[in-house]
Every structure is written in structure tokens, then in C-alpha cells.
Ligand binder design. Structure first.
Ligand code: NAD
Length: 286
């Protein structure tokens, strides 16, 4: 396997060191540190895993973590009122609404009610807009994690590179494309219609930087990878009891210069970026 592994854990360790140091400084300056409130509406096994990992990372870094559990049958306007209370809460610096929300609740509408100053996942339209301007203080965690992984490649000069992002979700593909554009990367975004048209291999084959965030195991064939490409696989898929990404790893690793493992690539970094966003939110509010 000629490709070097881009492991999220080692990049996360460095970011965590900085977060710890910043929190210590903030605590000695203000007498208290940042607090994060996570709102879980109803029960969901997938979000339980994220919640546990968020809580563990927060506590490990010295961030207060509160899980606010709300019944699944809460009315939408009541949930909005609960968020507005958190917005006013003086001790609350960051708010996360765990997804998915029950069907009767409009997740996009809800994201508009989180105070932009406490929106540590950057889901509020104002924070998304700041990304276009290149002035965002908090970035969507997974997209930012992909950028950190790219930044960790020592010899990589992003300016002028050609990237392909597969997947155009609001939390990963779209913001990531903007972050790459802000670094003057020539960026192509592929999505379901590219897949249906059958032209995905053509785009992937040209990518010097390839980032795939779809959620379909083995969608991107190893043979499509350009020689020497940097490959970041965001996908998380469970196949026969194992977690795999969207890219055929073994063959892709023969062609790429750097590749993320799944698990162990983007995942461990995402929650660290979330904590960095909490500290940033605290500083904005202080
Ligand atoms: P999503 O489910 O909201 O959207 C999927 C995207 O894939 C869409 O843009 C769709 O157009 C595109 N797509 C679907 N089929 C396609 C095809 N055949 N060809 C090309 N594009 C196609 O995506 P999401 O929420 O961004 O999640 C994507 C994956 O990333 C999932 O596996 C998710 O679990 C994973 N994820 C991982 C992390 C992490 O921290 N590692 C964080 C978020 C999401």
C-alpha cells in the first residue's frame, strides 16, 4: 500500500492540546469555562453513540456538558421555546440539536432558532452565509475536519489544486466545497444526479483531491483514483458488522498518495472540531 494514512486521531491530538490551553486561559480570566448543551428529542440509537462521544470529549477537555432530553411528541413551537430559553441562558455557550428529529419537526426551521452565537454546528443560515464571505468563526464540524486533514499533509499546497467533492449535503458537501473555494481550489461537486448520469468515474479520475461523503459502501471504485491523489472518505457504512467508507479502500490505497482509513479518519476529528467551536462561541460571547 503506497498511500500514507491520514489518521484523524493524531490531528485531533494537536487540536485538543490547543483547546485545553485555551480553556485554562479562559477559566483563569473569567472564573468559569465553556458549557455545551445537547438537545435530544426522542430516542435514537445512532445519536446515542454521538452523544456519548461528545460527552466524553467535552469532559476530557474541561467543557461542561449537559444533555437535555425532550419527549419525542413535543410540539414544534414548544421545542422552539425550549431553544429560545437556552439562547437566553447565561451559562450556555453552545447548543447542539441532535439529528434526526422526529418527523413532525422541521429540522431546517429549528436551525433558524438557535442563536447564531451559540450555533456550534454552524447550521444557522447566518453562519452558513459567513462561510461564503470567508469570515466564519465556527465551521460545520465534518467539513472543517476534512480541511484539517488536508492541512496535515505536509507538502500540500491547496492553491490551484483540482478537487472533486462527491455528495452535496448541507452539513458536509456544500460547506466543504465553499471552504475549498476559499482556498482557491478548483472544485467540482458531484451528487446523485452525477451518479445517475453515469459520469461520476470521469470526474473522480481527474481529482487531485477527492472527498467522498455519500453513505454508499464501495460507491467509488479504487481504479477510478488518480495516481497520487489525496483521498478523504467521509462515508460511514455498516457492512456485515464492519464499518466501511464509500471508497474501495484497498485498491484506492495502491493509487493514492494519502488516504483516510474508515473508521479512524474523519470521524475522530469531527467531535474535536465541535469542541473547538464551543470555545470559539465562548470567546464570542465573553
Ligand atoms: P446525505 O445523506 O445528506 O447526502 C448524501 C449525498 O450523496 C447527497 O448529496 C446525494 O446527492 C449524494 N449521492 C447519493 N447517491 C449518489 C451517487 N450514486 N453518486 C453520487 N452522489 C450520490 O449525506 P451526509 O449527511 O453528508 O452523509 C454522507 C456520509 O457521511 C454518510 O455515510 C454519513 O454517515 C457520513 N458522515 C460522517 C461523518 C463523520 O464525522 N465521519 C459526519 C457526517 C456524515
Amino acid at each position: 500500500m503506497p498511500a500514507k494514512l491520514l489518521e484523524g486521531k493524531s490531528v485531533a491530538l494537536k487540536i485538543k492540546e490547543n483547546i485545553r490551553a485555551e480553556i485554562e486561559t479562559l477559566k483563569s480570566k473569567y472564573g468559569f469555562g465553556p458549557k455545551l448543551v445537547s438537545v435530544q428529542v426522542g430516542e435514537n440509537s445512532a445519536s446515542e453513540i454521538y452523544i456519548k462521544s461528545q460527552e466524553k470529549t467535552a469532559r476530557d477537555l474541561g467543557i461542561d456538558y449537559e444533555l437535555k432530553k425532550i419527549a419525542a411528541d413535543i410540539k414544534q413551537d414548544e421545542l422552539i421555546k425550549a431553544i429560545e430559553l437556552l439562547n437566553k441562558g447565561k451559562s450556555v455557550n453552545g447548543i447542539i440539536i441532535q439529528m434526526p428529529l422526529p418527523q413532525h419537526i422541521d429540522a431546517k426551521l429549528i436551525s433558524r432558532y438557535i442563536s447564531p452565537l451559540k450555533d456550534i454546528e454552524a447550521v444557522h443560515p447566518q453562519n452558513m452565509g459567513e462561510i461564503i464571505f470567508g469570515t466564519a468563526k465556527v465551521l460545520p464540524c465534518t467539513a472543517a475536519a476534512c480541511m484539517e486533514l488536508l492541512n496535515s499533509v505536509p507538502e500540500l499546497e491547496l492553491y490551484g489544486k483540482e478537487a472533486v467533492v462527491v455528495g452535496h449535503s448541507e452539513i458536509v458537501g456544500k460547506p466543504l466545497a465553499l471552504l475549498l473555494l476559499n482556498k482557491f481550489v478548483t472544485t467540482t461537486v458531484c451528487h446523485i444526479a452525477t451518479g445517475k448520469r453515469g459520469t461520476l468515474p470521469e470526474f473522480v479520475k481527474k481529482a487531485e483531491i477527492l472527498i467522498v461523503a455519500v453513505g454508499k459502501a464501495g460507491l467509488v471504485k479504487g481504479d477510478w483514483i488518480k495516481e497520487g491523489a489525496i483521498v478523504i472518505d467521509v462515508g460511514i457504512n455498516r457492512v456485515e458488522g464492519k464499518i466501511v467508507g464509500d471508497v474501495e479502500f484497498d485498491r484506492a490505497a495502491e493509487k493514492a498518495s494519502y488516504i483516510t482509513p474508515v473508521p479512524g479518519g474523519v470521524g475522530p476529528l469531527t467531535v474535536t472540531i465541535l469542541m473547538r467551536n464551543v470555545v470559539e462561541a465562548f470567546k464570542q460571547q465573553a
